[in-house]
Design a protein around this ligand. Structure first.
Ligand code: NAD
Length: 465
């Protein structure tokens, strides 16, 4: 069956938002039991509909079962399990110390939900990136409206069906549509906006949010560099880099975008990279049914255009009919060609050889702060140097992608790659306002704080220095 996405009307959006605001005002999202039951139900819905999810992802992106399970289903179930385990602790008020001037009082940080949250998702991990933020939103006690991506219509339709048939729309609902619908949603006064997508659209979202002073999390993208130095375990590095680059056919926000490879290990890397691809998908990845496809023709054409930007070392074949592009290593003509300017978001991997790590660091620091950075080395002083001199969202030493698959690490960008972070406790925190409450004693009252108190200034000068 073909999936259809229609734009939503202003009236439908207004009505959905009004209902959620009312539901929130009535305090229905706040009891911890409700939050827990809702998260448990979400986990059950995902588990019970595994077959439908696998099919939708196959139709939209030709994702294999293994990939859909690990990057869409499993990661959500793990996030829910982790949240349920810690929600009591995260939602409890935290007692903190008070200043010397406040003797007798008690101070607390109390997490409270923002209210009605809007979650806007991209197409590359269309299930995970639509549902993962709602785990935080629900755990923290908010309502949520999800706007899935119109570019992966089967998954968008499925999310709508699953959410609408299992949850009260006043609590969690889905509004499908494209740019027009998102623009209408952005006219509404939400209490929080959580956006995952591209840098240019991130600016549109922040501008709209700024008009109403709505707080935002922006999970964006950009070019994430990878560095392999001469001390790296090259076969393992090549395998892990290839894994990061071919997962979802490179359509991953934290995929290694381009590579700096030390001159001494360049040839070995090229051979090992080819070997790794062969190990994953055989001689001809284009005909391997487990290899993902490009989401649509526009992106396919954009990506194949990059193949003109330099010399192809390995790969380079494409299949228009199935929208597949072979994992491709290339040497770009220079750093001004589009493949070195745009976020690639596909299985094309430009590499540049280097001898001086300082030049690599300068190159990266002359560009917007990356969402991810990957370094392969066996020397701690090299990883210390790179990590102390380059600012980036998050990354790995001697691996790719894996930093985002653990709920113990916050995930997000910095500078142009994003604002805020989530996963695990950070998801709860993203959707919470930490209210500061001071409970003052009435048993005594220091006179020194009041105007013209005897010795008041003298006492204050002793306490506040
Ligand atoms: P996108 O920015 O084009 O679209 C994201 C969402 O915004 C979609 O729901 C879309 O309908 C909506 N949208 C698009 N144009 C809009 C406009 N002009 N006004 C209002 N809304 C609009 O991103 P995409 O192509 O779906 O996803 C790819 C991008 O997302 C890449 O840049 C990638 O790096 C980034 N990304 C980031 C993360 C992360 O966690 N940091 C994860 C996945 C993808």
């Amino acid at each position: 069956m073909t999936a259809v996405i229609e734009e939503a009307s202003r009236e439908a959006i207004q009505s959905a938002v009004d209902k959620q605001k009312q539901f929130y005002k009535e305090g229905k999202t706040k009891p911890l039991d409700v939050r827990k039951q809702t998260l448990e139900k979400l986990a059950d819905v995902i588990k019970e509909n595994e077959k439908e999810i696998l099919l939708a992802l196959k139709q939209d992106l030709n994702k294999s079962e293994m990939e859909t399970y690990t990057t869409e289903i499993g990661i959500l179930l793990e996030e829910i399990r982790f949240t349920l385990k810690h929600i009591d602790e995260w939602s409890a008020p935290v007692k903190v110390k008070t200043a010397k001037t406040h003797v007798g009082s008690k101070a607390y940080k109390v997490p409270e939900p923002y209210g009605a949250a809007l979650i806007i998702a991209p197409w590359n991990y269309p299930l995970q990136l639509a549902l993962s933020p709602i785990i935080g939103a629900i755990a923290a006690g908010n309502t949520a409206i999800i706007k899935p991506s119109e570019l992966t219509p089967h998954t968008s339709n499925l999310i709508t069906g699953l959410i609408d048939s299992h949850f009260d729309p006043e609590y969690i609902t889905v509004i499908e549509g494209g740019v027009e619908t998102t623009q209408l949603l952005l006219e509404q006064y939400f209490d929080y906006i959580f956006f995952t997508g591209s840098v240019p659209v991130g600016k549109v979202i922040m501008e709209a949010a700024a008009k109403q002073l709505i707080p935002v999390t922006l999970e964006l993208g950009g070019k994430s560099p990878c560095i392999i130095d001469e001390t790296a375990n090259v076969p393992l590095a090549a395998k892990r880099v290839a894994f990061g680059k071919v997962t979802n056919a490179g359509q991953t926000c934290v995929a290694p975008d381009y590579l700096f490879i030390h001159k001494e290990v360049k040839e070995e890397f090229i051979q090992e990279f080819q070997k790794a691809i062969m190990g994953f998908y055989g001689k001809n990845p284009l005909t391997n049914d487990t290899y993902g496809r490009i989401v649509n023709e526009r992106h396919f054409n954009r990506l194949t255009g990059y193949l003109q930007d330099g010399d192809i070392l390995t790969g380079g074949s494409v299949d228009h009919a199935s929208l597949k592009i072979e994992p491709t290593l290339m040497v770009p003509k220079d750093d001004t060609v589009p493949v070195m300017q745009d976020e690639i978001f596909g299985p094309i991997f430009p590499l540049m050889e280097y001898e001086d790590l300082d030049e690599v660091i300068r190159f990266i620091n002359d560009r917007p702060k990356p969402l991810a950075l990957y370094l392969f080395t066996s020397e701690d002083h090299v990883s210390d140097k790179v990590n102390n001199s380059i600012s980036y969202g998050g990354g790995c030493v001697n691996d790719t992608l894996m930093h985002l698959a653990t709920p113990y690490l916050p995930f997000g960008g910095v500078g142009e790659s994003g604002i805020g972070n989530y996963h695990g406790e950070s998801s709860f925190a993203a959707f919470s306002h930490y209210k500061s409450i001071l409970k003052q004693t009435t048993k005594f009252d220091f006179s020194f704080r009041y105007p013209n108190a005897k010795f008041g200034l003298k006492v204050l000068k002793k306490l506040l220095k």
